[in-house]
Design a protein around this ligand. Sequence first.
Ligand code: NAP
Length: 260
Amino acid sequence: MDLGLKGKKAIVCAASKGLGRACAISLAREGVDLVITARTAADLEKTAEEIRQMTGVNVTAVPGDITSEAGRAAALAACPQPDILINNNGGPPRGDFREWGREDWIKAVDANMLAPILFIKSVVDGMTERKFGRIVNITSASVKSPIPELGMSNGARAGLTGFVAGLARQVARHNVIINNLLPGPFLTDRLRGGFQEAARRTNRSVDEVVQERLAATPAGRAGDPAEFGDACAFLCSAKISFMVGQNLLLDGGAFNSSMS
Ligand code: NAP
């Protein structure tokens, strides 16, 4: 299926590694020119060069913190009229909510709720005028099924989800389509880090923790970031304009429900 994206321009946030990188690769394979961001310039440029070599599209690496106004402004300066925006960021730390103070919460809300909302604010009117826009927010399966030790993630992302539910319905008539992608366990550095921490806490090997966690997933495995990237590209397709404000779980069936 031709997604109809050849020649479009995308900003993919937090894209040197993991899920953001996978989304960037899948969009590039559809012929989309990219601006990608992450804080560590060397990792970002390495990913940019890999994508150029793989696909031949134009890839501009814009190092910076996407939570900051300056980081978002730099990405926009490199791509003032994006057709596609993929909102992504690092996730908040795990822990016990009793240990988190106001500053911790403000950081989580800044990163996982306000940064994507402010980025959407910067691009959505231009998309509306041009009558084409696709915005995908990478959130988490924890929005539908809270993970107790990820309380800040559960909370901040729920705020983003609520905002997007309203806005998506205001702009859909202009062919500006906003949806959220909710990852379950995908084998990225972040997930590996979580397994290592659980192994340390419970005095077990990382392998044991991985086996236990993934055996409980109906698919019996972790997700491959590449399949997440392809789902993201699908949501950006020019042909998908009637799927509005949805929260799409990619979790190997872990969320146990007759209807998602
Ligand atoms: P990852 O492998 O750790 O990659 C994170 C990427 O984001 C890196 O490129 C990192 O580069 C960049 N980044 C982090 N903070 C940034 C910032 N402030 N500004 C710009 N770039 C930043 O993480 P991932 O597994 O792909 O996760 C992506 C998102 O999905 C996270 O919010 C995570 O919580 C969520 N999620 C992941 C899973 C999973 O199974 N993997 C499940 C549920 C939810 P730099 O560090 O160089 O900036």
